[in-house]
Design a protein around this ligand. Structure first.
Ligand code: ASP
Length: 629
């Protein structure tokens, strides 16, 4: 088959998916891919696809015999240019399932610009091919309307971020990729230096230190949509390189950052709504509902509130049921008899009609939650080998008219009132059994979080399509690392302690709270940040609390500690995860669906086959030698 050149004077006049009856009668030149071809003898139809959608093109043997004959050569995914008149379709041939369904292009010229091999999977919307094949042929996969829509939404999010932050006086400033280790605490990706053999750059885990330096330099409001690199074991929502909206402000209090991000997120939701309204495929989606933001500011709760009410620092507040403390209710005497001790907690589950209502079903669910909890939390895991370690005790009862839920009738009544329970509700009660000291006071709560997440979608009042944002504030400054037997920074070591708890840095580090915050959307952390330490005396005390000697601190962050002494303004910031935000706005469950060229869970790029071994010559040039064992 001969291919045509694209003539210099032939310009595309419209995108295929944009055409409507208002343009009927116009001369149209469209260019794109053959999505489908139907040969009815004297008429050949093709669906011409470009990134805006699909347009039906008709080739008529009677009026345009040569063009019709050429159209006979078309196959799926051939690249074409078609010129013709746009006409309204006859009422009986209107296709109401696509936005261009009332018109068609009657072709008078066809150029076949390229042929194509049969794609490894059909490009049509609802194909579920193996992800490995999709990633290997990502260039074809990205041609699918769903992926085109996701990538466009991502672009809109980036554009709106730039617009919104610029309007608030932020400057976008780039920071280096070839740098040295940053303080996020994950493993670094290293890049060997050729010029200085034996020395390595680290790719930044975030621009943390640079953005703080920019505050010292007086830029006062910085942002960047920036790639970060962390060599971690990957999970569904992690990638070795990921993108953040990174920002920093001088003279900022947490409130200022919350308000700014509330405003930004609200605008991103508006943009997502606009995007979805422009999407042809919205018609086929049953789970789409425009995002409603009902309050100008998102709710804010402290870390301790989040843990005691939801058992997690990223609660999904689409489901309102909270954990309730029953401590003062269950007397110490009763607790002692049963061998449990505070905290004793309760949780009410109101199943939707016909769901999880039998005791057997609930018992089964509970067992698997408890098994998971015992595997997940080290303090509970230890019990398997050391029986005196704490164990989790959870029981439940179903509220039934006239039935006794507990032996102690007064206690039962109080319980029903506290949990606001009604007929048919299931009440879960949890506590820790055993006498060993508990390091984690929220252990029973964490187990209820697992339970809460599992049963949420079966509960009355759970609105799976809602978008619920939440701020979690005042995180603990440190967390205890059981393996290393020392405190580690929960956020990073440049995070400022709260003014009220600063005094306890030396005496009780576990009680120190940080001016650190996370923003959570539907149970997923989508960003985190803090107000930073701007005084060198406080910074030195924090390093000490972390068990870092002055020398060690100097070795890792010397340049930064120097800079702190040159007039550092109070400052703070946040980083928001673009991949996660776009995935939620695009209604995708994996961030790989919103990244053009993602890696697999083993950090491999299947399309370009990276990473790969390198030649001996390259290694030599870098002064590196591979171990043979
Ligand atoms: N650099 C931090 C991070 O990437 C965010 C911040 O504190 O601004 O998690």
């Amino acid at each position: 088959m001969t291919l045509d050149h694209l003539p210099l004077d032939l310009r595309r006049t419209h995108r295929a998916g944009e055409l409507r009856p208002a343009q009927a009668g116009e001369r149209v030149v469209a260019m794109g891919w053959v999505s489908r071809r139907r040969d009815l003898g004297s008429l050949i139809f093709i669906d011409l696809r470009d990134r805006s959608g699909i347009l039906q093109v008709v080739f008529n043997r009677e009026t345009q015999p040569e063009v019709h004959a050429r159209a006979g050569e078309l196959r799926s995914e051939y690249v074409v240019a078609v010129e013709g008149d746009l006409v309204r379709r006859k009422p009986e041939t209107i296709n109401s399932s696509i936005p261009t369904g009332e018109v068609e292009l009657v072709a008078s010229r066809l150029l076949i610009l390229n042929d194509a091999r049969t794609p490894p999977f059909p490009i049509d919307e609802d194909v579920t091919s193996a992800e490995e094949t999709r990633l290997r042929y990502r260039f074809v996969d990205l041609r699918r309307p769903r992926m085109q829509s996701n990538i466009e939404l991502r672009h809109r999010v980036a554009l709106e971020t730039r617009r919104c932050l610029s309007e608030q006086g932020f400057l976008e400033i780039e920071t280096p990729f070839l740098t040295r280790s940053t303080p996020e605490g994950a493993r670094d990706y290293l890049v060997p230096s050729r010029v200085q053999p034996g020395s390595f750059y680290a790719l930044p885990q975030s621009p943390q230190l640079f953005k703080q330096l920019l505050m010292i330099s007086g830029f006062d409001r910085y942002f960047q949509i920036v790639r970060c690199f962390r060599d971690e074991d990957l999970r569904a929502d992690r990638q070795p390189e990921f993108t953040q909206i990174d920002l920093e402000m001088s003279f900022a209090q947490p409130q200022l950052i919350f308000n700014l991000v509330d405003h930004l997120m609200e605008n991103l939701c508006i943009v997502a709504n606009q995007h979805w309204e422009s999407q042809a495929r919205i018609q086929s989606l049953t789970n789409y509902r425009p995002i409603e933001i009902d309050k100008p500011t998102f709710p804010r709760i402290t870390y301790d509130e989040a843990m005691s009410q939801y058992g997690t620092d990223k609660p999904d507040v689409r489901y309102e049921a909270k954990i309730v403390s029953l401590d003062p209710l269950v007397s110490a005497k009763v607790a002692n008899e049963v061998g449990i001790r505070p905290p004793i907690i309760g949780f009410k589950f109101s199943p939707k009609p016909q769901v999880m209502s039998s005791a057997t079903a609930i018992r089964g669910e509970l067992k698997s939650v408890l098994d998971l909890a015992h595997q997940t939390f080290p303090e509970l895991r230890a019990r398997q080998t050391e029986p005196d370690k704490p164990a989790l005790l959870v029981d439940f009862c179903i509220v039934k008219e006239g039935a006794k839920i507990l032996k102690d009738v007064a206690l039962a009544q109080e319980l029903l009132t506290r949990l606001n329970a009604k007929e048919g509700d299931v009440l879960f009660l949890g506590a820790i059994k055993g006498t060993a000291e508990l390091r984690d006071q929220y252990l029973p709560h964490r187990c209820f979080d697992i339970l809460r997440r599992r049963i949420a979608h079966q509960s009355e009042g759970y609105d799976s399509q809602a978008k619920r944002f939440l701020w979690v504030t005042e995180f603990p400054m440190f967390e205890y690392d059981e393996e290393e037997k020392r405190y580690a920074a929960m956020h990073h070591p440049f995070t400022s302690p709260t003014d009220e708890t600063l005094d306890r840095l030396e005496s009780d580090p576990g009680a120190v709270k940080a001016k650190a915050y996370d923003i959570v959307l539907n149970g997923t952390e989508i960003g985190g940040g803090s107000i930073r330490i701007h005084r060198k005396d406080v910074q030195a005390r924090v390093f000490r609390a972390l068990g870092m000697s002055e020398e060690q601190a100097r070795q890792r962050f010397g340049f930064f500690l120097d800079a702190l002494e040159y007039g550092t303004p109070p400052h703070g910031g946040i980083a928001l995860g673009v991949d996660r935000i776009v995935a939620i706005l695009a209604m995708e469950s994996s961030i790989r669906e919103v990244i053009a060229f993602p890696k697999t869970a083993r950090a491999v790029d299947l399309m370009c086959d990276a990473p790969t071994p390198v030649s001996a010559a390259q290694l030599k040039e870098l002064g590196l030698e591979l171990r043979k064992d």
